[in-house]
Design a protein around this ligand. Sequence first.
Ligand SMILES: Cc1cc2nc3c(=O)[nH]c(=O)nc-3n(C[C@H](O)[C@H](O)[C@H](O)COP(=O)(O)OP(=O)(O)OC[C@H]3O[C@@H](n4cnc5c(N)ncnc54)[C@H](O)[C@@H]3O)c2cc1C
Length: 458
Amino acid sequence: MSSHQVAILGGGISGLSAAYYLARHGIDCVLVEKETRTGGLIRTEQLENSQLEAGPDSFLAAKPAVTELASEIAGLPERIISSNDAARRVFIVRNGRLVPLPSGMSMMVPGELRPALVSPLFSLPTRLRFLTERFRQPQQRASDISVGELVRDHFGDELLESVADPLLAGVYGGNAASLSARSVLPRFVEYERRFGSLIRGVQHEKKSPTAGSLFRSFSGGMQDLIDALATRTAASLLTGREARAVYRDGNCWRIQLGGETFAAEHLIVALPAHRAALLLEASAPQLAAELAAIPYSSAILTNLLYNSARLENPLEGFGFLVPQRERRTIAAATFVNRKFPTRIAPGLFAIRAFIVGAEAVRLRAAADNELVRLAENDLHRLSGISSPAQTALVHRWPDSMPQYVVGHAHRVDRIRQLSAGLPSFHLIGNAYEGVGIPDCVRLARSAAENIYSDIKSK
Ligand SMILES: Cc1cc2nc3c(=O)[nH]c(=O)nc-3n(C[C@H](O)[C@H](O)[C@H](O)COP(=O)(O)OP(=O)(O)OC[C@H]3O[C@@H](n4cnc5c(N)ncnc54)[C@H](O)[C@@H]3O)c2cc1C
């Protein structure tokens, strides 16, 4: 039976970055991944000389962890590309038509009043709310509330239904009624406490704008990051092996893979919370119950490649969001040529169409061609594309997006306390302190640093 200093379970970006940071310190680790490939939700497909992202297409530039990681790896910094923010406009479907979100919006908060006051997206009562919201007094809520309650309280139902809810569906695969204001929009909760008004908070923040583009990616797609990390940690990868259980045995952790078991001094669990819960059911039932209680939503992503010469409309902006009352199948679409123009071969136009939440669950067993047909129907209805896609790829991501529901921060506190009671145990991933890739890398780095300090101090 083999023994290692560290075992990492899960070979998505969280597990791979942890392996990278440990390897950098010369720490011996083994990473167990149940699929035959690493990368988890990150995967770039090459098709017709174009790069199509099966999962995430970019990372937020404002959160530095990915850029810092890439800067350490030879060849990667030159491959970082920026989103084409000159074309950054997002449309919202209203009465079956695409209407641009007014400029100056920060998520669902109008940072510039003028464009919001003349936008056809909003009726007179909502415009009046924009004017009066600026005079609210600072307020500290006694407890967490939903994003829906926060937005309704400040701006009313129309902004909630037409902007906030579709935005949250697009980013989190969730809905405003259940997602936690404190965990999903901590910035706005802070503005409410400091300024009373969210509009004034956003205006204050805009006085110190961050330089550069909003999103970044890599010239070969997000896969560039995975490939670079996998190469640097190749010696320690155990792919095609599923961890079944973990338990403490004397001074080490034992990891059970089917019939075989191996030992490690430290354990990093880099899995979706519901998968981590299964492993810990017997050895840490209370922690497992808290992990299992984090809900997840599902997504189906359809990449459609069109012959650009056959597209009737110009298809401007980064894409559009579909409010619930306008929705048939897709909740959002991204126009890849506008966001990352270098990704798509000349003469082609790529659209990522997202099906999320209950609709993704309902359609989970649908055939690929049926999903493509439904996405095409919506694109025809909403953007006037009548010719069929010349190629399409469908990726299903069941139970992939953790939902930070009301009370999430308290649950994470309990999870951290229970984890701290387990020696040399580290939980990382997107279920706790941020759903994006930079948050995953930040947690992975911090777990690796903690392990390094611990090993060094002995
Ligand atoms: C459709 C979609 C689009 C997204 N877009 C963006 C975006 O543009 N930007 C952004 O920042 N974020 C985005 N995200 C979120 C981002 O993809 C995730 O936060 C991130 O990839 C999570 O990485 P992870 O390593 O924590 O988990 P995962 O990628 O889920 O990796 C977990 C790994 O664990 C493995 N595993 C599971 N059980 C076991 C077991 N028992 N034993 C061994 N291995 C196991 C899995 O096979 C998987 O490889 C998106 C998510 C989705 C679903």
